[in-house]
Design a protein around this ligand. Sequence first.
Ligand SMILES: NC(=O)c1ccc[n+]([C@@H]2O[C@H](COP(=O)([O-])OP(=O)(O)OC[C@H]3O[C@@H](n4cnc5c(N)ncnc54)[C@H](O)[C@@H]3O)[C@@H](O)[C@H]2O)c1
Length: 410
Amino acid sequence: MPGNLERGQQKIEWARSHMVVLEGIRQRFETEKPFRGLTLSLVLHVEAKTAALALALQAGGAEVHLAAGNPLSTDDDPVAALIEAGIDTHAVKGESVADYNAGIAAMLDADPDVIVDDGADLVALVHTKRKAAGRIRGSTEETTTGVTRLRALERSGKLLFPAINVNDAEMKHLFDNRYGTGQSTIEGILTATNLLIAGKVAVVAGYGWCGKGVAARLRGMGADVIVTEIDPVRALEARMDGFRVQRMLDAAAQADLIVTVTGNTGIVGTEHFRVMRNGCVLANSGHFDVEVSRSDLEGVAISHRPVRPHVEEYVFADGRKVYLLGEGRLINLAAGQGHPVEIMDLSFALQALSAEHISKHGRSMTPKVHPVPVELDRAVARAALPAFGIEIDDPTDAQRRYAASWELGT
Ligand SMILES: NC(=O)c1ccc[n+]([C@@H]2O[C@H](COP(=O)([O-])OP(=O)(O)OC[C@H]3O[C@@H](n4cnc5c(N)ncnc54)[C@H](O)[C@@H]3O)[C@@H](O)[C@H]2O)c1
C-alpha cells in the first residue's frame, strides 16, 4: 500500500526533533555543502530515522538515491515524504526479493561517488556485477554482518575501494547494537505476539554486542535467560553476567522463546525443532534470515499458516506447534519500529561524518576496511552529551601530566 505523505512527514519531523547530533551536522552541511556535485547511493532500512540521514546528506549538496536494506523493514509513509523531497527511493514494505534486488541494482545504476551500505549488499553487487570501482570513492558500512563480508573481500585482495567500518566505532556498537537491538528486538517480539516475557525461559543465541543487549532486556522483564555461544570468552562473560550458558540442543528443549543474534547461519535447525516445547516462539534479530532455518522448519512441520501479522504457526506430526516471527527476518524491523530514535541519531551521525570523510579523502585511501577516524567518534560522543543532560569533568593540568608520564610511580 502506498505511504501517506502527511503521515510520513510527521514521522520524519518527530525523528528529526530527537536526532540532535545529526541535526547539528545537517546545519553545517547546509552551509558547507561537502557533497556538492556528488551522488550518494544508500542501502539502508528505509524509515523515518533513515529519512533524516538522507535529508542531511541532501542538505550537504548530494544527489541522494535510497533503496531498502531488507524487504520487510520499510515504512511506506516516510518513503512518500522522501520521494516528495526529491530523493530517489526504492522501497516498499513486504516487497518481493526480485523488487528488493531491483532496488539495489538501481543504486548501482545511479553511478554513485559514495556508497552507504547496511549488510554490504550494494558493495557485493559492485564486485559481482560491475567488477570495477568506476567513480566510487568508497563506502561506509553500518552493521557487523556487512563488515564480515567486507573483511572477506579485503582478504581475497578484491576490495575495489576503501570502506569505513562504522559498526566498530565506539559510538555505534556500544549503543546501537547493545541498547538499540536490546530494546527494539523486545518491541518487535511483543508487537508480533502480545505475549508475556516474565516467567518465560528465553534463549539468546550469541552473546556479542546485540546478544548482550537482548539478554539484559529479557532478564529485566523477568525472563529466565539461557545464552548459547561458540566463543569461550563470550560464554564465560555471559556466565559471569549471571546467565546460564548451554548448548543450543539442551537450551532449545526448555525454551519458550528463542532469539538468534549471531550473524551466523543455521543456529536453529531440524535437531532443535525435534526437541522444542509446544508453543515455542522463534525470533531472529541477526542481519540475514538464515539463523532460524525455514527450510528445516518446513521439512519437519506437516503444515503451517499465518495466525497473526508477523506470526507463522508450524505444526509438527506429534501435534506440537512452534511460531516463527517475521519470516525469520530482523524482528525489530519486521514487526517493530527499528532502533529507538536517539540511538539512530548516534549511528547516523557517524554515517554522515564517515560519508563526508570518504567524499573528501576516499581517493587517497587504500582499498581496505578502515576504522572511523577516532576524532569523528569522539565528536559524536561530545555532541551527544547535552542531549542526555550530561556534563563531564575536564582533566586538570596535573592529571594530564600524570597520564602522559611513565616516570611517576611508587
Ligand atoms: N537487529 C538489528 O537491528 C541489528 C543491529 C546491529 C547488528 N545486527 C546484526 O546482529 C548480528 C550480531 O551482531 P553483533 O554486533 O552482536 O555481532 P558480534 O560479532 O559482536 O556477536 C555475535 C556473537 O555470536 C556468536 N556466535 C556465532 N556463531 C554462533 C553459534 N553458532 N551459536 C551461538 N553463538 C554464535 C559469536 O561468537 C559472537 O559472540 C549481526 O548479523 C549484525 O549485523 C542487527
